[in-house]
Design a protein around this ligand. Structure first.
Ligand SMILES: [Zn+2]
Length: 349
């Protein structure tokens, strides 16, 4: 038992889990993604320079990572504030903000957004993928990394007194690097001490999610309190999906709104449409996993904000939920996915 037991930790302090309401479990409100800049297709260098014009928006949605400016979500705090007010109007109440060290977490901005909008915001502790680890991070022992993560939850992160309420998203590549392995072990150690929720960004390979769980479990991680993000771009085969689901983590479909044809980070992947995502959810519900499903948009570039004609943070509530209801998922199951599952995951043991 600790002061955190039975509570959820937001950037404004501890709250009763029943106050959370509808929750998106994987979003970003302010971050940079320059670590993942991808050169534009041949001949497109010019449009990539100045894409925020109506005639370029389709190009931008197909090539979101090929424009430097699109990767600076941290410049859009005012637009994000408007988005959060719209999210509340649409019935949303809580957002888990997964920005970790390496992609410019901004805790004072998150605290201000929570104050301005009344949306509960839960911040993330820990480290993103290897290519964002500093030389100093790479040299750290598992014990040192554990201390940092525990400190971010108990005392505050980035020199502030804003405390994180989840560990993650913890970034992993494929294959998983040595530095990422250390961070995963530190994550499991910190989780064992704190009884806190964990959320993972797996590498882009169908074997990656299970391998991460194996590493966590080996050193005492609590798989039942761990979310596997981005399943919609990672596991496509239904048999493989059930095999993974059987391991007991939460199953997150968190790229709602992304319908890119050519997924530059892995051209072998056919990024699903939102309809296909809903189909995957209905399949998992049918197979008995309704207590394990979580959903979100993982907004991490500017083009996805409504300011630029994007779907915004309310897309699931406004468009995906009605679709779910026409595809064999009941209102009670929708409420589990949006309210009960996030609540159980986010509550400290
Ligand atoms: Zn993310």
């Amino acid at each position: 038992m600790s002061a955190l037991t039975g509570k959820v930790q937001t950037v404004l302090g501890l709250v009763d889990p029943n106050q959370l309401g509808r929750t998106m479990t994987h979003e970003h409100l302010t971050m940079t993604f320059e670590c993942c800049y991808f050169a534009p297709p041949p001949g497109d260098a010019a449009v990539a320079q100045n894409p925020f014009q109506m005639q370029h928006m389709h190009w931008l949605r197909q090539n979101p990572y090929s424009c430097h400016e699109n990767l600076l979500l941290n410049q859009e705090t005012s637009a994000v504030r408007d988005e959060l007010l719209a999210y509340r109007k649409a019935g949303g109440s809580t957002i888990v903000e997964n920005t970790t060290t390496g992609i410019d977490r901004d805790l004072p901005a998150l605290r201000q957004l929570a104050k301005d909008t009344g949306v509960h915001i839960v911040a993330g502790a820990g480290f993103y993928v290897d290519c964002t680890h500093t030389e100093a991070t790479k040299k750290m022992s598992v014990e040192k990394l554990t201390d940092i993560i525990v400190g971010e939850v108990l005392h505050g992160a980035d020199g502030t007194d804003v405390r994180c309420g989840v560990i993650g998203e913890i970034g992993t590549s494929w294959p998983i690097t040595e530095s990422e392995r250390k961070v995963l072990r530190a994550t499991a150690h910190a989780q064992a001490q704190l009884g806190c929720p964990v959320i993972i960004h797996p590498g882009r390979n169908p074997a990656a999610p299970a391998e991460v769980l194996r590493i966590l479990q080996e050193v005492g991680g609590d798989i039942g309190k761990t979310v596997m993000s981005h399943l919609d771009r990672t596991i496509f085969d239904e048999g493989e999906l059930l095999e993974f689901a059987n391991l007991g983590s939460y199953l997150e479909y968190d790229l709602f709104g992304i319908e890119t044809l050519n997924y530059c980070f892995n051209l072998d992947v056919d990024m699903p449409s939102d309809s296909q995502r809903v189909k995957a959810l209905a399949f998992l519900v049918d197979e008995g996993y309704e207590d394990k499903i979580l959903v979100a948009h993982d907004i991490h570039t500017k083009d996805r904000l409504t300011k630029y004609g994007g779907h915004g943070y309310s897309h699931i509530l406004k468009n995906i939920v009605p679709k779910m209801l026409t595809r064999g998922i009941s209102q009670q199951q929708v409420d589990k996915i949006l309210i009960d599952n996030p609540k159980h995951w986010l509550t400290f043991k």
